[in-house]
Design a protein around this ligand. Structure first.
Ligand code: PLP
Length: 505
């Protein structure tokens, strides 16, 4: 396995830093206490000034469950948990995050997505949005170019543009075939090989690819392992970094069985799905697992699998890049909230107690407890996916062939496409008016009582994606229960019927 020390990473990757980041110097006015001295340097209030004695978090047994039957309570006070008591977590803490939680994040990464080199690290940030903002501040200047999937989580476009950088869309294959899904690698290669004569020749060659490689937002597509290898080889050939944003990776959907629509591998009684099988066979391995050059920056968040209000996530990258990200935190956010770190750490530690007898090392028990929770969340999302597919496929408008379902392979989103008539498709200018058409569909859906996102509003370049942006994005995450999903799907069916009826007039 390749091994990189800090200095070799610095000499290899300094050229990727933005001018602004290179010119940044941190001015430190105090040193960590040395030896047996009375700390009178840092402007830190003694923990006795904190108006909190203790915090008890009652842990749920499963999503939508009540307090756990075994009464798990994550307890925090001035001395507990001993490795991260409130007197520490409510204090100013290390900008990169508190060591016990960082250790957990590194361990999780090593066990599920082991990087293919030595010399990587993790740092905590305040959600992947904060992480992405910081990453692109580290990387982007006015002359930087970043590639992205043609449909994407649009705030990231702003994270690049706010630095003056440019974004370029890469075409996607919106396919039900798991081997084909996601970035069209052939077109990407063609674009990169012919950059200086292509449509973006006025821009510099890309410094990075930003990708939501698993359960993509908004399309639900997942890049296969083979495509990841091909893209990595392109990154080596054309020397760009890969910024992998992975909020949805744990929400893997087993294939939908139309014969048995409510079948859910996560919930099967014989329990053939072990945590190891979930990790090995369900979860698609991150780009970091093939990263022999240390050129991948991975972002993982607690937002979707724990709670977004925590504003807590972590970045995995080579040590040189994690230090640059932390340095931005030093002058902006400082450490992510200590309360959030404490809640996440103690709750996962508590979940781990169920496995304490199986493992000598508490961190292994924490890992087992967390994976068990991830599988429960993924199982609940799979149930919702099943309910939504079944309900959508039962609508009259689906049966009449008015819309198609782009079946996602992971995540929170299901995309639906209107099926245009042959007559529509024969019109040379059909897709020139696609946004107006989609706005009308949206109006019908709202009238039917359902709010969705229009695909074209998540396009990097609406004109470049006009032939494929005719979809709506529906999330199965926010509904309060299965009944509400069923009702929403009926309304969606009614909205499509109304749209096509109206067009015929
Ligand atoms: C692709 C993607 N990245 C990042 C985020 C935001 O994550 P966080 O809550 O960690 O900032 C989202 C949330 O919707 C997302 O879809």
């Amino acid at each position: 396995m390749p091994e990189f020390d800090f200095e070799s990473l610095k000499s290899r990757y300094s050229r990727f830093l933005s001018k602004r980041d290179c010119s940044k110097t941190l001015i430190k006015f105090w040193d960590a206490p040395q030896g047996d001295v009375i700390e009178m340097a840092g402007g830190m209030p003694n923990a006795g000034f904190f108006p909190v004695d203790s915090i008890d978090v009652h842990v749920c047994d499963k999503p939508f469950g009540q307090r756990s039957e075994d009464g798990l309570v994550a307890h925090m006070d001035r001395n507990e948990p001993s490795d991260m008591p409130l007197s520490t977590s409510l204090q100013y803490t290390n900008t990169e995050g508190m060591e016990p939680l960082l250790k957990f994040a590194r361990n999780l990464t090593q066990k599920i997505h082991p990087p293919a080199y030595d010399g990587w690290d993790a740092c905590l940030v305040m959600g992947s949005s904060d992480g992405l903002y910081k990453v692109f501040e580290v990387l982007c200047d006015e002359d930087s170019t970043v590639m992205m999937e043609e449909f994407t989580f649009t705030p990231v476009i702003s994270s690049v543009k706010i630095q003056g950088g440019h974004v370029v869309p890469v075409k996607m294959q919106l396919s039900a075939d798991p081997k084909m899904q996601g970035i069209d690698v052939g077109l990407m290669e063609e674009m990169l090989d012919n950059w200086h004569v292509g449509p973006y020749k006025h821009l510099n060659k890309p410094k990075a690819l930003y990708t939501v490689a698993t359960g993509q937002n908004p399309t639900g597509m997942t890049l296969s392992a083979e495509k990841r290898k091909q893209i990595y080889r392109l990154a080596q050939k054309h020397d760009f970094l890969i910024v992998e944003d992975d909020p949805y990776g744990y929400l893997f959907f087993p294939p939908y069985d139309a014969e048995n629509p409510l079948k859910n591998a996560y919930w099967e009684q014989d329990s053939s799905l072990t945590p190891q099988k979930y990790i090995d066979e369900f979860l698609v391995k991150s780009f970091v697992t093939i990263d022999t050059d240390a050129r991948v920056i991975r972002l993982e968040t607690f937002s979707k699998m724990f709670a977004p209000g925590l504003r807590l996530s972590f970045v995995v990258a080579n040590k040189f890049f994690t230090e640059r990200v932390v340095n931005i935190g030093e002058v902006s956010t400082r450490a992510p909230s200590g309360v959030s770190q404490a809640v996440v750490y103690t709750v996962i530690r508590e979940l781990g107690k169920r496995h304490a007898a199986e493992y000598e090392n508490p961190i292994d028990a924490m890992f087992a407890g967390w994976v068990e929770w991830l599988m429960k969340v993924a199982g609940t999302y799979t149930q919702r996916r099943n309910i939504a597919f079944k309900s959508l496929y039962e609508t009259e408008s689906y049966k009449q062939g008015l819309f198609k379902v782009m079946e996602p392979s992971a995540g929170m989103f299901i995309d639906l496409k209107p099926v245009w008539s042959q007559e529509d498709l024969a019109k040379a200018d059909h897709f020139d008016h696609i946004m107006e058409e989609m706005d009308q569909l949206n109006a019908c859906l709202i009238k039917s009582g359902v709010q969705v996102v229009l695909g074209y509003r998540m396009a990097v370049d609406r004109e470049a994606s006009k032939d494929t942006c005719d979809f709506i994005r529906v999330t199965i995450a926010y509904a309060k229960d299965d009944e509400q999903i069923v009702e929403a799907c009926h309304r969606i069916g009614a909205g499509f019927s109304q749209f096509f009826a109206q067009r015929q007039k």
